[in-house]
Design a protein around this ligand. Structure first.
Ligand SMILES: Cc1cc2nc3c(=O)[nH]c(=O)nc-3n(C[C@H](O)[C@H](O)[C@H](O)COP(=O)(O)OP(=O)(O)OC[C@H]3O[C@@H](n4cnc5c(N)ncnc54)[C@H](O)[C@@H]3O)c2cc1C
Length: 302
């Protein structure tokens, strides 16, 4: 049995690593357990921070604007870990008539660098968590290598959170990374059949995104690659013929009502849930992290 931790975060993806990082900044003793699964969303995510581009409405739009406002300061804190986080302001929107409108208030970042920087500042152990079991004055966090104990647990297992009694399923998203294309910044094309079509230059190549389907398969689909090539031709003609550096596949965690689940666990006392961010986890992570810290400070629990 390991020593009791103040907080264990189950899942060190975009949400879990930023929740843990924010808790750590607030002085908590935090451990992250991450299963290093195939198909995690953070490795496939574009990193667009675009409340307006994603046509968010109501409280989600308000939360997204607040999160966007928090990102620059959070990037500065993350970079103190020594890992650079690529963050850029400005997104160009292609108009149906052919013009381009730029929204300087929006931006983009490179999700893998965010996770790497946060993890650098944290204690992270590669473990697959199988169950959360109430016991004594806290929770037992069950893994193949034995039980860990924590006073409180944050469940941030992304698309796999449904295994822990919350209504979360997977929505598959695919994207291409193209090699050796000149820097074009971040561009949104006009939406097609409800899909967002966009391109952005990142440190690892030109990212072209993204598909969306109800599937848990993490195998790249050649039809998706073909559709994404079409998006590239339309939005970045200069990328025509560029080599594919990677075909990315990630599972977005989604809830029945499409809203993130950031709350005490419905049945497990001392467990807080931070999942279900769907297409907006990179955008919403700062606000979610702050909300979890707030819930813990208030001592709110199921
Ligand atoms: C193609 C694509 C494009 C996207 N583009 C954007 C974008 O431009 N902007 C934006 O805001 N969002 C975007 N997203 C959405 C964003 O990636 C997700 O909302 C976000 O990653 C969700 O974060 P998460 O931590 O909940 O899940 P994940 O990032 O998937 O991380 C979950 C973590 O939990 C771990 N885990 C799972 N099960 C267990 C277990 N049992 N025990 C321990 N660890 C476990 C996994 O190993 C993983 O590291 C995109 C997603 C995709 C797929």
């Amino acid at each position: 049995m390991h020593r009791t931790r103040e907080v264990i975060v189950v899942g060190g993806g975009l949400i879990g690593s930023l929740v843990a990082f924010t808790l750590r900044q607030a002085g908590a003793d935090v451990l992250v357990l991450d299963a290093d699964r195939r198909g995690v969303a953070w490795r496939a995510a574009a990193g667009l921070l675009t409340p307006d581009g994603e046509r968010l409405r109501g409280p989600l739009h308000v939360a997204a604007l607040e999160s966007l406002r928090r990102w620059p300061a959070l990037v500065a804190q993350l970079e103190r870990s020594g890992v650079p986080v690529s963050f850029r302001a400005g997104v160009a929107r292609m108009q149906p008539g052919g013009g381009v409108q730029t929204t300087p208030g929006e931006g983009s970042l490179h999700p893998p660098s965010v996770v790497r920087a946060a993890r650098q500042a944290l204690e992270v152990v590669t473990e697959h968590v199988h169950a959360l079991v109430p016991g004594g004055c806290g929770m037992r966090v069950r893994t193949a290598a034995g039980d860990w104990r924590a006073q409180r647990v944050v469940l941030a297992a992304g698309a796999w959170s449904g295994a822990f009694g919350v209504p979360v399923t997977a929505q598959r998203g695919q994207a291409l990374l193209l090699r050796d294309v000149p820097d074009v910044g971040a561009r949104y094309g006009p939406p097609a059949r409800g899909f967002s079509r966009y391109a952005l230059s990142r440190p690892d190549g030109l990212y072209i995104g993204a598909t969306s389907s109800r599937s848990e398969s993490v195998t790249p689909d050649p039809r998706a690659a073909c559709w994404l090539r079409g998006v590239a031709r339309r939005i970045v003609p200069e990328a025509n013929g560029a080599d594919v550096a990677a075909h990315l596949v990630g599972l977005r965690p989604v809830t029945p009502d499409g809203l993130p689940l950031v709350a005490p666990h419905p049945t497990l006392p001392g467990v807080f849930v931070a999942t279900g961010h769907g297409r907006h986890g990179a955008l919403l992570a700062p606000v979610t992290a702050a909300r979890i810290v707030g819930l813990m400070e208030q001592g709110v629990s199921a």
